[in-house]
Design a protein. Structure first.
Length: 348
């Protein structure tokens, strides 16, 4: 009887519940738009100090506006929100607020996308944007020990020529930027539209990644692979409509940065129970979990993990695979990856 009691105690101790495991395990975020972390409270504060009008009377009213039926619905509100960001301090405050969430959720490494054109189009300089973000990166490293890198994303609803201009503006800050990405309205703006600017970006030393197959077809994922030579796909859900493509992604270990709550809010899936994340893992796809635009989609990293784990009944082993993938398919050096992977392996 006594032995039995001891045995059950040990068993409980060894099998931390899945929710605790999710919250405490060190993890990396690979798909995050810094403009998508703009919480309504901070938006109001910055709008007031910059004396910029916003079309809302209260935080509640802002939150009520966050009902989206598709990607474009969301993007219209996302660009409107970003329009109150004018000064270096605004970008610093925005980025620091995101790092605080990371620290609270044990996100130890993050790969942050920023959209220079969203700001340069309004007359805010590239320098203002990157200096604010960069200072926050340095402070977050010092204050929280969080490592980060930057992905400069081209807006695909604008022209390739415009993206070339952005590439040019980035060159004095090349040492601060790891990768280039492609985001905004996917349908009607295929990767092929940006083949030349991606080629030029790679020549400058940037690693190419791109959003593909969120609302667009599997064909856009083929283009991202074959024409943009991407190292990783943002979203990628629609690869599942094409068996040959899935095999290629599995064989070449091209990771997908999956965003469950984003997919739910933008109606890529009708219900989290219909989300293909478990299927992706079962097919051997290298999936990761990410928050995309957490201020707009109802949750940061842990909320994404917790809600998808509950909806799909994910096991602790499956969560561990997702977390290991987040480091394995990050853009860190092999040594840095190894350091984090050992931490996850030893975490109990
Ligand atoms: N898709 C495309 N563009 C974006 C997104 C997204 O999920 N978030 C911010 N810009
Ligand atoms: Zn995204």
């Amino acid at each position: 009887m006594k032995f039995l009691h001891l045995f059950s105690f040990l068993k409980i101790k060894n099998s931390m519940n899945v929710a605790d495991y999710i919250k405490k395990v060190p993890k990396a975020e690979l798909h995050l738009h810094i403009e998508g972390t703009f919480e309504p409270e901070l938006m109001f504060e910055i709008a007031q100090r910059n004396k910029v009008e916003i079309p809302y009377q209260s935080v509640e009213e802002v939150k009520k506006a966050y009902q989206f039926s598709c990607l474009q619905d969301f993007l219209d509100i996302y660009y409107a929100g970003a329009s109150v960001l004018l000064y270096e301090k605004d970008f610093y405050d925005l980025t620091m607020a995101y790092f605080k969430h990371c620290a609270e959720e044990n996100v130890v490494h993050t790969e942050i996308m920023f959209d220079p054109q969203t700001h340069t189009k309004r007359g805010v300089s590239f320098e203002t944007v990157i200096n604010g973000i960069q200072k926050a990166r340095e402070d977050a490293k010092e204050k929280y020990g969080i490592s980060s890198l930057l992905i400069m994303s081209y807006l695909r609803h604008l022209s390739e020529e415009d993206a070339f201009e952005t590439l040019e503006q980035s060159l004095p800050y090349k040492h601060l930027i790891k990768a280039v990405g492609l985001d905004s309205s996917e349908k009607g703006n295929p990767p092929s539209k940006f083949q030349k600017v991606f080629e030029a970006s790679v020549k400058e030393g940037y690693v190419p990644v791109a959003h593909a197959g969120e609302e667009g077809p599997a064909e856009y994922i083929w283009e991202a692979l074959d024409l943009l030579k991407i190292a990783r796909i943002d979203h990628g859900n629609n690869c599942l409509t094409d068996e040959v493509l899935v095999k290629r992604l599995v064989d070449e270990k091209i990771a997908l940065t999956v965003c469950p709550l984003s997919n739910l809010e933008l109606q890529v899936v009708k219900n989290l129970k219909d989300h293909p994340l478990k299927k992706m893992l079962n097919l051997g796809l290298k999936a990761t979990v990410n928050s995309d635009d957490p201020a707009y989609f109802g949750g940061y990293m842990n909320a994404n993990f917790l809600q998808i784990a509950e909806a799909l009944d994910l096991t602790q082993e499956e969560i561990k695979t997702l977390v290991k993938n987040s480091f394995e398919y990050s853009l860190l050096s092999d040594d840095e990856k190894q350091k984090y992977l050992i931490q996850v392996e030893n975490f109990e």
